[in-house]
Ligand binder design. Structure first.
Ligand code: GCU
Length: 437
């Protein structure tokens, strides 16, 4: 499928305001070329663009009410992201099985009850297994709301819990599993902070679903879904981000059966490519009650139409991450203005559920301003559904959170999470999921 879809030729009248500049210029030392493709960090060279209007159907009809959004426009947008960006994922596997490895062990100085569950994704013994680790407030009186995190490393590296057995992660060099003594962890989750606020926490390693390199296809879950005789993936077949997001839905399948957890109040969190993952998981699976994405950048919430930092062309360059997306996504590289979807529509798919975008003012590559502008442009959908949007078109400075149903927070610093971010997450979670204290 190499032809542009019919809706690509339509353009909608939704021109964005630029917002006031909140942070310093990108330093001259940043590389201006990546994968052989120029990188723009100059606001004056971003250019003008017109975003597809989330509230106008592909056939030009306006979306006037919540029913039209839910029944017509939302499925239409979802389909665009499926076929053009992330790829089409299968449903819940018939053979899915939950094996409780540890029912409830006192952990974290008695603050938590730790539970470990293996989620078997396929009857085949060689198939991937999600090793979910949960921490529940030790003295909860009823079902608790919970933050489900997808991590770059095994739980033993993601949480400060010395009694948790060391997990395994993939070594990208040898393509083999090794003990998770180190790994890209982006700091640890401050589980006690969340427990004190009345929330449970669950986490799993994204590589449990599929390793994060092109060859990971033959080691992960997607190989079990090849059609008979199929040797290569088709243009709309799922990439690894869709596989990781699918893994989050499988974790949710389990959480729905966990009597300690209120499955109607499960929030999700991930950073970077896992920020893109939680955006897609939340868009696709409406069982998730709230989404917190950290620095999801290009291919996540940042507007691709803005030529700033990473672009679709960088993301899908053969030497970088084409395997993370549907093959179709690469064809929009260099032509984001022709694409039927952009980051603001991914954000709109989360509506009316609360969504917090957390960025960093020096994470130039991920375009924090592009994420803010996406949130502004998703606002009309939140409003149509009776929710509070950002209510500002001025890009807030670092450390000035804007927290409504849509939230935006830019920390003072680069790509990642800093301690203060977690305080903001907890504020946002409490605002919306109101745990019993
Ligand atoms: C690269 C990639 C980003 C991605 C990031 C990450 O920088 O270009 O799009 O978000 O890796 O996952 O850390």
């Amino acid at each position: 499928m190499n032809k542009l879809p019919f809706y690509a030729s339509l353009s909608f009248a939704c021109v964005l305001l630029s917002g006031a500049a909140a942070s310093a210029q990108a330093p001259a030392s940043l590389p201006r070329v990546a994968a052989g493709i120029p990188v723009n960090y100059d606001e004056d060279k971003v250019g003008t663009y017109t975003l597809p209007d989330p509230l106008v159907m592909a056939d030009g009809k306006p979306v006037k009410d919540a029913a039209a959004w839910n029944k017509k426009r939302r499925p239409e947008i979802l389909r665009m992201f499926e076929t053009q960006q992330f790829g089409v994922a299968p449903g819940r596997p018939k053979a899915e099985r939950f094996e409780v490895i540890e029912q409830g062990t006192a952990a974290l100085d008695g603050k938590a009850l730790r539970r470990r569950v293996d989620i078997h994704l396929n009857a085949d013994k060689s198939a991937p297994v999600i090793h979910l680790v949960e921490y529940l407030p030790a003295h909860a009186s009823g079902k608790v709301p919970l933050l489900l995190n997808i991590s770059f490393s095994a739980a033993s590296n993601t949480v400060d819990d010395p009694t948790l057995p060391v997990g395994e992660i993939w070594d990208a060099k040898t393509k083999a599993k090794v003990p998770a003594t180190q790994g890209r962890a982006f700091g640890k989750i401050p589980v006690p902070l969340l427990l004190d606020a009345g929330f449970g926490v669950a986490t799993f390693y994204y590589g449990d679903v599929e390793p994060d390199y092109a060859e990971g296809f033959s080691q992960g879950i997607r190989r079990f879904y090849l059609k008979k005789g199929q040797t290569e993936r088709g243009p709309e077949d799922w990439g690894s981000i869709a596989a990781w997001a699918w893994g989050m839905s499988r974790a949710m399948d389990y959480l729905e059966t966990d009597k300690s957890v209120d499955a109607k109040r499960v929030a999700i969190h991930g950073i970077s490519r896992l920020g893109k993952t939680v955006m897609w998981a939340g868009a696709h699976d409406q069982r998730f009650a709230l989404v917190i994405e950290s620095c999801s950048g290009e291919g996540g919430t940042a507007l691709s139409s803005r030529n700033y930092g990473e672009t679709i062309a960088h993301l899908t360059a053969p030497s970088r991450f084409p395997y993370q997306f549907a093959e179709n996504y690469a064809k929009w590289g260099g032509f984001p203005d022709k694409a039927p979807m952009d980051g603001h529509m991914l954000a709109a798919l989360i509506a009316p559920r609360p969504l917090l975008l957390q960025t960093g003012d020096t994470d130039y590559w991920s375009d924090p301003k592009g994420e803010f502008l996406a949130a502004v442009a998703a606002g009309p959908v939140y409003k149509l559904l009776g929710k509070d949007a950002l209510d500002t078109e001025t890009w807030p400075k670092a450390k000035e959170p804007v927290l409504h149903d849509l939230g935006y927070y830019m920390h003072d610093g680069g790509h990642g999470m800093v301690a203060g971010d977690w305080e903001i997450y907890v504020r946002f979670l409490k605002m919306h999921l109101q745990p019993a204290q």
